[in-house]
Design a binder for this molecule. Structure first.
Ligand SMILES: NC(=O)c1ccc[n+]([C@@H]2O[C@H](COP(=O)([O-])OP(=O)(O)OC[C@H]3O[C@@H](n4cnc5c(N)ncnc54)[C@H](OP(=O)(O)O)[C@@H]3O)[C@@H](O)[C@H]2O)c1
Length: 319
């Protein structure tokens, strides 16, 4: 079969021949239809992600651990849990029986491949208990997941949406998606802290954080009250770390500001996960939620893998 083959850690995949996977007992071969390429796939192939021990233990390998494909009976499914070295960026891959869910009728495979990025935004409800009318701050709103979070916040009925990024052109686009105010984080620390306070209206209820690192550190510091006033409780949902894996958190941030910090997995169980998924499917089918997708054929993987011009569009590879 044809596949995107990585020959050494950190190398870009080459469009090459690779032996077909053969299903062992309890496995099924998937006919791959669409795969979203995300930063995590690159980090795994580079060996810098904790899942590299599972998915990049041996080379050559085929990257990507999930995607959309057809079962042998033709049923379209979202699959995961691929058996390395047969990743999803190939004509075929192999997964354990049951490591897939049907894709609802009427959802294009390329769009289905990106829906997971929108589900992260539902953590504003599943982890932070978001209620309609509340003020939401999306940290990292110019990325794929962040843009979807702005749209999801609007669809969930946010009263006010503040969005951050580091490019004024992209931030103007985010305003057209429904952000009431935008903040450019690429400014000196004190200026950024002031911008967070100026934009907060009557206070941030929920922060959907795809950045962590410097911008979120400055935000958390800015939310510390400067008097003995009671801070408005702000629920921060940690989802991504585009701006840094760590930050320094002052004790006073937690003690006096009323900030609560949750991981995106808080509140997730099979039922809440299913509800979040069905909500995204409903909005997708009705056209209320749209996805910016850059489709490329598998044969273009080497160039596509290196692209840095996507600006909020998700790269989706179709074998
Ligand atoms: N995609 C998912 O389904 C998913 C699921 C769970 C967690 N996550 C995590 O969420 C984060 C975002 O994912 P994504 O898929 O949306 O990525 P993405 O499309 O590549 O977007 C990354 C965003 O972060 C911004 N950024 C990067 N470095 C920054 C810095 N130093 N300071 C400020 N902003 C910076 C980028 O701004 P520019 O546009 O200006 O470069 C871009 O807006 C990642 O950490 C990812 O692992 C994603």
């Amino acid at each position: 079969m044809k596949a995107a083959v990585v020959y050494e850690p950190g190398g870009a995949p080459r469009y090459d021949d690779f032996p077909d996977p053969v299903a062992a007992d309890g496995e099924v071969v998937i006919d791959v239809k669409a795969v979203a390429v995300e930063n995590v796939d690159k980090a795994i192939a580079e060996g810098t992600h904790y899942a590299a021990g599972t998915y990049a233990a041996e080379f050559p390998l085929i990257p990507a651990f999930d995607g959309i494909g057809a079962l042998p009976d033709g049923t379209l499914v979202g699959f995961g849990n691929v058996r390395p070295p047969y990743g999803a960026l190939a004509e075929k891959c192999v997964v354990p029986h049951g490591s897939y869910v049907p894709i609802p009728d009427g959802v294009d495979p390329s769009v289905a491949a990106v829906m997971a990025s929108a589900i992260t935004a539902m953590s504003m409800r599943t982890a932070a208990g978001f209620s309609p009318g509340e003020t939401v701050l999306v940290q990292g709103a110019t990325g794929v997941a962040g843009r979807l979070a702005v749209k999801v916040a609007r669809l969930l009925g946010a009263g006010r949406i503040v969005a951050t990024g580091r490019d004024d052109g992209q931030l103007r686009e985010i305003q057209t998606l429904g952000a009431d105010a935008v903040i450019n984080t690429a400014v000196p620390d004190e200026e950024l802290a002031r911008a967070y306070l100026d934009a907060k209206g009557d206070g941030y209820d929920v922060v959907v954080d795809y950045l962590w690192g410097r911008p979120t550190e400055i935000l958390l510091r800015a939310l510390v009250p400067t008097s003995f006033a009671f801070g408005k409780p702000t629920r921060v949902v940690q989802i991504g770390e585009s701006a840094g894996a760590e930050l320094a958190l002052a004790a006073s941030s937690l003690r006096t500001s009323g900030v609560e910090i949750y991981g995106a997995a808080k509140g997730l169980d099979p039922q809440t996960m299913e509800e979040a998924y069905q909500q995204i499917v409903t909005w997708t089918r009705s056209g209320e939620l749209t996805f910016d997708v850059e489709r490329v054929p598998l044969s273009d993987i080497e160039n596509a893998w290196r692209r840095t011009d996507l600006k909020g569009r998700r790269l989706v590879v179709t074998p």
